[in-house]
Every structure is written in structure tokens, then in C-alpha cells.
Ligand binder design. Structure first.
Ligand code: ZN
Length: 154
């Protein structure tokens, strides 16, 4: 299928391998409350790092954060690609899009990274920059001069 909205549906063997790593982890570690999502990330070296959602009744920490920490502990300089999976009703892991917090977090460690996404039932890859086109940043961090908003003159 052709690309739409910056998403490519031509998955590589490497993309599928990443998905399978996350899938296998979720099949092993899934718990309906404490471990609902698994993540896999490929570092710049090509190695894969796993992460697992951890949660209690009130607190949830996304799987992406522990995968990121694992990659950094292994001295990875950046993240090349990432995927998260959660269980469907049949107990089969499905690609799950990263939450807003993770999109922001991931940009800090791999602005050029690609993300496997569920694009309405079909899995594709998209650049992180396209998932979060206008990231939060301080006025002092932009590379441009922001003009104050002005109403259209009527
Ligand atoms: Zn998240």
C-alpha cells in the first residue's frame, strides 16, 4: 500500500523483528493491571531494547520509558525505531500508538526515529517528527523568531 500522511506501509524485516520482540515480551509478562504494554526499541547500534509498562491502581509508567532507559544504560546514543504493543480481547498483542508524553520523551532521544503505528487497523511506520510536529519548547529554544498573534484585519 502506498504512503499516506507520511506513513509508510512498506515494513522492513527489521520493523517486523522489532514488533516480534515486543510481542514476545507481552505474551510472557502481560498482566491486566500491572503490565499492560510492552515496547521494543532499536538503538543506533542495531540492538533491540525491551520495556514494560508498570502500574498500580493509581500510577502508570509507559513501557517506552523503561525501553529508553535500557537503551541508554547500554550506551546507545539514539533510538532508531520503536514499537509498543498491547493485548486485544483475544489475547493477541497489537501495535499501539505512543501516548503524548512518550512522543515528547522519545523526541529527546531520537528525533529522527521511526515509530510503528496503528493507522486505523493497518501497521505502518512514521517519523517521530510527524507524530509530534509542534513539540513543546521554551521560547529561548526555538531557532526562529515568533511573531505575536495578530487578528485578521477586516
Ligand atoms: Zn506513553
Amino acid at each position: 500500500m502506498e504512503a499516506r500522511n507520511g506513513i509508510s506501509f512498506d515494513l522492513s524485516r527489521s520493523d517486523v523483528e522489532l514488533y516480534n520482540a515486543a510481542r514476545q515480551l507481552l505474551l510472557t509478562a502481560h498482566h491486566s493491571q500491572n503490565h499492560r504494554v510492552a515496547a521494543a526499541m532499536r538503538g543506533a547500534s542495531g540492538a533491540i531494547y525491551l520495556g514494560l509498562h508498570i502500574g498500580s491502581k493509581r500510577i502508570n509508567v509507559c513501557a517506552e520509558s523503561s525501553a529508553l532507559a535500557n537503551a541508554r544504560m547500554a550506551q546507545e546514543t539514539s533510538i532508531e525505531s520503536t514499537v509498543a504493543v498491547s493485548m486485544d480481547e483475544q489475547g493477541e498483542p497489537q501495535v499501539t500508538n505512543p501516548c503524548g508524553v512518550c512522543r515528547e520523551l522519545l523526541r529527546n532521544y531520537g528525533a529522527e526515529a521511526t515509530v510503528l503505528v496503528d493507522a486505523g487497523g493497518e501497521v505502518g511506520t512514521v517519523g517521530l517528527a510527524e507524530l509530534l510536529p509542534y513539540p513543546w519548547m521554551r521560547a529561548t529554544e526555538t531557532e526562529w523568531t515568533t511573531q505575536p498573534p495578530e487578528a485578521v484585519k477586516t
